[in-house]
Design a protein. Structure first.
Length: 358
């Protein structure tokens, strides 16, 4: 009888767990506009706290002044990025016609060995010939209306910047005291709060600092290479490489493909564009598959499958921002699971090591 009751309780607990998970996902999606700035502010706190601590202890800058200096630095960077995007989009529209002609030529060169033309392909699929034009396609993708929409979305991002920084100021000022209060509040619980907080601090700060340094080096290297090759808007593609490098696996691929395509539109399928593609791929491989793993070591200890699942899930719930936050969130989840006894099996599944967690 007792076994039957325990089985029923187990089934009920599983169903309740599923219901709670569904509700949680719904709340994450419904309140994304509130939660995303808060989560970004949390990770910015972990990114800049070591810098603020160093400024306070090593060069005797008061914490309040250090926060103001970091805020001004972030604002200046954000403002310069805005100017860069604005001027680049304006210049890009001028080159649309030339890019359309080059794309048509590239497609025709690819089709010529098969003795077929773009017009014949259009007729095969019943598409109007005048609409089946590479130049028109590029113009539709990058016409003035789309550019205006991108600029307006950037202005929305700019307004959210202040919301994020407002959360960040309060979080970074109260981080140490909050952790102390948390340790006191949970001192009688089964969870080792000090160990958990130390693990989160160590892993998140290491990941964010190393990832930022590697991404910055990748972006600068991309910019220099693209300048040498004479690719327009080199700083934009370098910035794209810096930003997209935060998205595991997929981001570096996207950041490499775009400048390669622009190189082909500039120079055609010649030696110049092929060598550019080779150099960019090699640089990405060096930074992404050699330098970064060596610097990070086994600090994150997250399986590749779980990282990809986390990437898909957070991308689905929070869009592109969720993809940037996927790995840090997954890392925090694993640390929490590894320090809560009933959840330790989940932490083992999330990791790369097939061994018990102490």
């Amino acid at each position: 009888m007792e076994n039957g009751n325990s089985k029923k309780l187990t089934v009920i607990s599983y169903f309740l767990g599923i219901i709670v998970a569904v509700i949680l996902v719904y709340l994450l999606a419904a309140f994304r506009n509130l939660l995303i700035p808060i989560v970004i502010a949390v990770f910015l706190t972990y990114l800049f706290f070591p810098i603020l601590d160093w400024m306070n202890k090593k060069i005797r800058i008061p914490k309040g002044l250090g926060i103001i200096l970091i805020f001004i630095f972030n604002f200046a960077i954000f403002y310069l990025i805005g100017l860069l995007f604005y001027s680049s989009f304006a210049g890009f529209s001028v080159k649309l016609e030339a890019y359309g002609q080059m794309l048509s030529k590239i497609i025709q060169d690819i089709l010529s060995p098969f003795n077929i033309t773009l017009t014949e392909i259009a007729q095969m699929f019943g598409i109007e010939t005048e609409k089946f034009n590479a130049g028109n396609l590029i113009k539709k993708l990058f016409d003035a209306g789309i550019i205006q929409n991108l600029l307006s979305s950037f202005s929305d991002l700019f307004s959210n910047f202040f919301i994020v920084m407002l959360f960040w100021v309060f979080m970074i000022m109260g981080k140490t005291k909050f952790e102390d209060r948390l340790k006191i509040a949970l001192k009688d619980s089964s969870v080792d709060v000090s160990k958990t907080l130390n693990s989160i601090n160590d892993q998140l700060q290491s990941y964010l600092l190393i990832k930022t340094a590697v991404s910055l080096a990748t972006g600068i290297t991309f910019t220099i290479i693209l300048y040498i090759y004479g690719i327009p808007f080199a700083m934009i593609w370098g910035f794209l490489a810096f930003v997209m490098n935060y998205i595991p696996n997929v981001g570096s691929l996207i950041a490499t493909v775009f400048p390669i395509l622009i190189g082909m539109l500039e120079y055609g399928l010649g030696l110049t564009s092929i060598s550019l593609a080779a150099v960019l791929v090699i640089v990405q491989q060096i930074f992404g598959n050699m330098i970064e793993p060596k610097l990070l070591g086994s600090k994150m200890d997250l399986s590749t499958v779980f990282i990809l699942l986390s990437l898909v899930f957070w991308g689905w719930v929070w869009g592109i921002v969720g993809m940037f936050l996927a790995v840090p969130i997954a890392s925090v989840m694993k640390i929490l699971c590894s320090n809560i006894e009933p959840l330790k099996p989940i932490a083992i599944i999330m990791g790369t090591k097939a061994e018990p967690i102490n």
